[in-house]
Design a protein around this ligand. Structure first.
Ligand code: BES
Ligand code: MN
Ligand code: ZN
Length: 498
């Protein structure tokens, strides 16, 4: 998809379709009024006759509107003006792009980016518009033998801004939106791929390709390397599978030499059967998405590189299957983690924390500015927060605040849960230093408590994306979350340089 920014009058645009908004009830937005004027009241006549109310989600496609140079004019309902916020803005862009893609024109010129959104500037509006447009147009059809082909697909979108001095920030927003969407799409492609194709080795190859494309340093540790390092909790998960585990390290050195890196750690379980603590059959296919943390971290690296962020950034991905093979770990088994702490594995389905804890110990060597791990860690998080907010737990409130703010800005929101010491005792074990589960209550918090035992040496936050990384049911598929949140966090980290 090609994108561009423009400023100018809507009636003078030579385009397959000019898109303008209508508020409810029957109130033309400014660019719509300009067209109405050029068309001697054509639009207001239509509204008066009841062709459109302006309800959110509705559209009306018009041909040969008098006084305009475009082939078509698309009216998009915006809902009530007083209620028009981020969510409504995104819905309007989505409705416009969907309609444009279905109505045969090769290009569209959107005036929706001129709409005022409370507290949001033009860069935000354009950035979001690009991300929403590419979200609507995303397809994963590489494994269908017959592609559903759009007859005349949309090829170009132009976003209009009201003033010439908005052109530069809009161009900036456009560049950022495209870079973030490229990261989102990378995550979706990886996570949507089934586990017989997206293996740990495949993730490692993809990381290598990404490194080649963007100039990252890359290193992939093999089972023998992990054995030497004493990554026994990670290896205890891998030992039930025939797929060799991989431990992937990617480095983007965009910042000053010697500046502490931000480290992202992504859970890379390419399929989670539960192991010997086997999961029930219904929806087990969705456990191919259990590498969404890994995919999001690769997506965030791609976004950061696309924006050329002046920041030192490292991505670390422990990747393995969780299978119940003959050599699999059994409930009650005790292993010594890379940190030296012993872990009693009471439930082999709590495997995410077992691979992450060794990765969190490994990253100490980077002397990180902060560490953020991303994981589809607990079903309990889906119960607590549903599919709207990502769960966030952190060992400092300032890092939690930064991530919450980044989520708001990105419209990829997180919600903080407490990491109080009072929860730690739930992980007590009779036989080892710590158990890998904490009982039936507070599952997301005890999962994070487990990880917190391995993050004493740096500032750390944990994102539980079990509810937000993918959709179930008819719309089953990866959402690309939390790539936008991570990208916005990195953007603000890159800007607060002394
Ligand atoms: N990958 C799952 C978490 C999950 C569940 C993600 C549902 C998305 C949807 C994780 O490895 C897991 O199985 N967690 C267990 C932990 C429990 C045994 C303490 C869970 O949530 O049941
Ligand atoms: Mn599991
Ligand atoms: Zn899992």
């Amino acid at each position: 998809m090609e994108f561009s920014i423009r400023s100018g009058s809507p009636e003078k645009q030579r385009s397959a379709c000019v898109v303008v908004g209508v508020f409810e009830p029957r109130k033309l937005s400014l660019p719509a009024e300009v067209i109405d004027h050029a068309a001697h009241g054509h639009l207001s006549d239509l509204l008066r006759r009841g062709d459109m109310e302006g309800k959110a989600g509705t559209t009306l496609l018009l041909h040969n509107v008098p006084g305009t140079l475009a082939d078509r004019v698309l009216l998009v309902g915006l809902g009530k003006e007083k209620d028009f916020r981020e969510k409504e803005f995104r819905a309007a862009i989505a409705a416009a792009v969907k309609t444009l893609n279905e109505t045969g024109g090769f290009d569209g010129t959107l005036y929706l980016t001129e709409l005022a959104v409370k507290k949001r500037d033009v860069a935000w509006r354009v950035r979001q518009a690009v991300m929403v447009a590419l979200e609507v147009l995303y397809r994963f059809d590489r494994l269908k033998s017959k592609k559903e082909d759009v007859r005349r697909p949309l090829r170009k979108l132009t976003f209009c801004v009201e003033r010439r001095n908005h052109l530069t920030p809009a161009e900036q927003g456009l560049m950022q939106g495209q870079a973030i969407a490229a990261g989102v799409n990378l995550m979706k492609d990886l996570a949507n791929l089934p586990s017989n194709m997206c293996t740990p080795a495949y993730l490692a190859e993809q990381a290598q390709t990404l490194a080649r494309d963007h100039g990252f340093d890359v290193e992939v540790l093999e089972r023998a390397d992990m054995e030497k390092l004493g990554m026994n909790t990670l290896l205890s998960v891998a030992q039930g599978s025939r797929e060799p585990p991989k431990f992937i390290v990617l480095k983007h050195s965009g910042g000053k030499a010697g500046e502490k890196p931000v480290v992202l750690v992504g859970k890379g379980i390419t399929f989670d059967t539960g192991g010997i603590s086997l999961k029930p059959a219904p929806e087990m296919d969705e456990m191919k998405f259990d590498m969404s943390g890994a995919a999001s971290v690769l997506g965030a690296m791609k976004a950061a590189a696309g924006m050329k962020l002046p920041i030192n950034l490292i991505a670390v991905i422990p990747a393995t299957e969780n299978m119940p093979g003959g050599g699999a770990t059994k409930p009650g088994d005790i292993v010594t983690s890379m940190s030296g702490q012993t872990v009693e594995i009471l439930n082999t389905d709590a495997e995410g924390r077992l691979i992450l804890c060794d990765a969190l110990t490994y990253v100490e060597r980077f002397d990180p500015a902060c560490v953020i791990d991303v994981a589809t860690l607990t079903g309990a998080c889906v119960v607590a927060l549903g599919n709207v907010a990502t769960g966030l737990l952190a060992n400092t409130d300032s890092l939690a605040r930064e991530l919450l703010d980044a989520g708001q800005e990105a419209y990829d929101r997180a919600w903080q849960l407490p990491l109080w010491d009072d929860y730690q005792e739930l992980l007590n074990s009779n036989f080892a230093d710590i158990a890998n589960i904490g009982g039936r209550t507070g599952g997301t918090i005890t999962g994070a408590c487990f990880l917190s035992r391995f993050t004493k040496k740096f500032e750390w936050a944990h994102l539980d994306i079990a509810g937000t990384a993918y959709r179930s049911g008819k719309e089953k598929g990866s959402t690309g979350r939390p790539v936008p949140l991570l990208a916005h966090f990195l953007m603000s980290r890159a800007a607060i340089k002394p």
